[in-house]
Design a protein around this ligand. Structure first.
Ligand SMILES: [Zn+2]
Ligand SMILES: [Zn+2]
Length: 476
C-alpha cells in the first residue's frame, strides 16, 4: 500500500489526472514521488541467462509486492489490494486466494491506464447492445462492475538490419511468338531500424486476446515506478523473452521485403531470395529491449464448466469479448423470424412436395457444412495451437476435451439425405413419401443447428485454465 504523506491514507493512481490521488485528504502527487519508499529499489537482480537484454540498465532492481495464487487453476496475480483475495481473475472461481509477499523484478517501463473504468464499462455496454442473443448475466451491472484494471507484462523488441544486399531477379514476358526472360542483379545498402515491437510475456494472458486488443503504442510508455500499480493488478511474467524472437525476426523480414518490392524500379521484377533465409541476407538483429507493462481492463466469468473473458485495451479502448449464445433466447428469436415465413409459405399452397424436399436438402447441407467447419476451430482453440506463451506453461489435459456431438448430426444428416435421394429418383405417386423425407431432413437440420450452437458456445468460451507452476517467483 502506498501511503499519503499528509494523512497516511491509501494513495491510488487516478486515471483522469494521471497522478497519484489521496481520496481522504484530496491531495495529488506525482507517481515518482514515492520512488524512495522501496528500500531495495537499488538492489541489482542478476539477468536471466535465457533472456537477451541489450543492457543491464534495463534491469532496475526489484520491489516488494504481494502475489496471489488461485488454488484452483494456479493462476497468479500481483496486487496490493485486499479485495484481490476474493476471486480469481483467470478461472473466475470465487475462492480464497493464497497470498505471499515477495520480491518482484521491476519492469523498465509502463503505459499508464488512460481509459477509466466508467469509460470501459460504457464501451462494453455499447458492444453488448449488438449481442442480442447473449445470456442476460453478461449485461448485468454486477458483471460490468467486476472489470479489473490489470497491467499485463510485454516484452519489447528492437530490430536492426544493416547490410549490403545482393539479390537476383527475373522478368518474363511474351511478345508475339517469342518469350523473353530478363535477369537482374539487384544491389543496395539496407539500413533499417524497427522499434517497439511487443509480445505479451504472461502465459495466463492468451495471445488471442492480446492480439485482439493490440496494438499498444510503445512510445506512450513512461519510466516504471511501483506507484502506478496502486489501485490496480498486475500479471506475472513467466514467458522468456527469447520465445518470441523468431516471430519478431519474421515480422521485420517480411516488412523489409514488402518495402523492397514497393520500390518503383523493381516493381515488375520477381525477386528470388536465397534458401539460406532472409535473416542472413538482411543481417537481421533482434534484441529484447525491455519489459514493459500495458494496461488492460479484464473480466472473467464462468459459463457452465468453461470460462469467458472480456478485455478492453486500457489505452485505446479496443474491445475483445467472448460472448456465448443463450440457446433459449436464440430459439425464441428464430421462431419470431420463422413464423411469418411459415405463414407466407402456407399462403402459397402451390409448392410441390418435390420443391419442398429440395429446400429442406439445401437447408440441411448448409447446417452440415457449418458443423464441419466449426468443429475444426474448436479443436485448435482448446489445444492453444498458435499461442507460444501458453503452450509453454499451460497443461494440456486430454481428458477434459469437451464432448463432441458432431457425429450424431452427421449420421442423421447422411441417413436423411440418402432417403431424400431415393425418394426423388423413385418418383413415388403418393405425396406422403416426399413429406416424410422433408420431415426427416428437417430433423437432421434441427440437430445440426443445435450442434452448431453448442459448438459456437465452445468457440466463444474457454477451457478452465490450469497453469503449470514450477514454484517460486518467475520474476525474481
Ligand atoms: Zn491523504
Ligand atoms: Zn483460478
Amino acid at each position: 500500500m502506498i501511503q499519503c504523506k499528509n494523512c497516511g491514507g491509501n494513495v491510488k493512481f487516478d486515471i483522469k489526472s494521471q497522478k497519484m490521488f489521496c481520496s481522504y485528504c484530496d491531495t495529488y502527487y506525482d507517481p515518482y514521488e514515492f520512488e524512495e519508499n522501496e528500500a531495495d529499489a537499488e538492489e541489482h537482480v542478476v539477468n536471466d541467462p535465457n533472456a537477451f537484454m541489450i543492457d543491464d540498465t534495463a534491469n532496475q532492481g526489484s520491489y516488494m509486492t504481494t502475489i496471489y495464487t488461485c488454488p484452483e487453476c494456479a493462476g497468479e496475480i500481483i496486487s496490493d489490494e485486499n479485495e484481490a483475495a476474493t476471486f480469481c481473475t483467470f478461472c473466475g472461481a470465487s475462492t480464497v486466494l493464497a497470498s505471499r509477499i515477495c520480491k518482484s523484478k521491476r519492469p523498465s517501463s509502463i503505459i499508464p491506464f488512460k481509459i477509466t473504468k466508467d469509460e470501459c464499462k460504457e464501451l462494453y455496454r455499447q458492444r453488448m447492445k449488438k449481442a442480442i442473443y447473449a445470456p442476460a448475466e453478461y449485461k448485468d451491472e454486477k458483471y460490468l462492475d467486476s472489470f479489473r484494471g490489470i497491467y499485463m507484462p510485454y516484452w519489447v523488441y528492437d530490430s536492426s538490419q544493416y547490410n549490403y544486399v545482393q539479390l537476383k531477379g527475373k522478368k518474363t514476358y511474351r511478345r508475339g511468338d517469342y518469350k523473353y526472360e530478363e535477369t537482374y542483379d539487384i544491389d543496395f545498402n539496407l539500413d533499417a531500424e524497427y522499434n517497439g515491437i511487443s509480445y505479451d510475456a504472461s502465459s495466463s494472458f492468451a495471445d488471442s486476446i492480446s492480439g485482439a486488443i493490440a496494438p499498444y503504442d510503445h512510445s506512450k510508455a513512461v519510466k516504471f515506478t511501483p506507484a502506478f500499480f496502486s489501485g490496480f493488478y498486475a500479471d506475472t511474467t513467466d514467458v522468456q523473452s527469447d520465445v518470441y524472437a523468431p516471430d519478431v525476426e519474421n515480422i521485420v523480414n517480411n516488412s523489409t521485403t514488402d518495402e523492397i518490392e514497393k520500390q518503383p524500379n523493381v516493381k515488375s521484377i520477381s525477386i528470388k531470395y536465397p534458401v539460406t533465409g532472409k535473416s542472413a541476407i538482411f543481417n537481421t538483429n533482434v534484441r529484447c529491449k525491455e519489459e514493459s507493462m500495458y494496461p488492460v481492463w479484464f473480466v472473467s466469468h464462468r459459463f457452465g464448466d468453461r470460462v469467458t473473458y472480456a478485455t478492453v485495451n486500457g489505452y485505446t479502448g479496443k474491445i475483445a469479448a467472448d460472448i456465448p449464445i443463450d440457446l433459449k433466447k436464440y430459439i425464441l428469436g428464430s421462431l419470431i423470424v420463422a413464423i411469418p415465413i411459415f405463414i407466407l409459405l402456407s399462403l402459397f399452397p402451390l409448392i410441390v412436395p418435390r420443391v419442398a424436399l429440395y429446400i429442406a436438402t439445401i437447408v440441411s447441407v448448409f447446417g452440415f457444412i457449418t458443423v464441419l467447419v466449426e468443429s475444426k476451430s474448436v479443436k485448435n482453440k482448446d489445444s492453444n495451437i498458435g499461442d507460444k506463451g501458453m503452450l509453454d506453461k499451460v497443461v494440456n489435459n486430454d481428458d477434459d476435451i469437451p464432448k463432441n456431438y458432431n457425429i450424431y448430426a452427421i449420421v442423421t444428416y447422411i441417413i436423411s439425405i440418402v432417403i431424400g435421394v431415393i425418394v426423388v429418383f423413385s418418383k413415388p405417386v403418393f405425396d406422403g413419401y416426399y413429406y416424410g423425407a422433408v420431415i426427416l431432413e428437417l430433423i437432421a437440420s434441427i440437430l445440426c443447428f443445435l450442434v452448431v450452437i453448442y459448438n459456437y458456445n465452445l468457440l466463444s468460451t474457454r477451457k478452465l485454465p490450469q497453469f503449470k507452476r514450477t514454484g517460486g517467483d518467475d520474476r525474481a
